[in-house]
Design a protein around this ligand. Structure first.
Ligand SMILES: [Zn+2]
Length: 69
């Protein structure tokens, strides 16, 4: 399940409408579905802190908020 981390905690889903990232705040791991965008996939795998920066910059927003609009 993408919303349950291997550490047993909940992952929180974020999206920009194209990419989806599920992030665990407990252990810091994440999984993503990058919509075939290999560049984005490589970017966040090699620079995991980019995910947090994108969330802080609101370029990735919580999936629940995204679909509520
Ligand atoms: Zn975890």
């Amino acid at each position: 399940m993408k919303e349950e981390c291997i550490c047993g905690m909940k992952r929180y889903g974020y999206t920009d409408g194209f990419h989806e990232v599920f992030l665990c705040y407990n252990c810091g791991s994440f999984i993503g579905s990058v919509g075939g965008d290999q560049l984005f996939g490589m970017l966040i795998k090699s620079n995991p802190e980019v995910v947090l920066k994108l969330i802080q910059a609101k370029m990735l927003i919580p999936i629940r908020d995204f679909y509520a609009e």
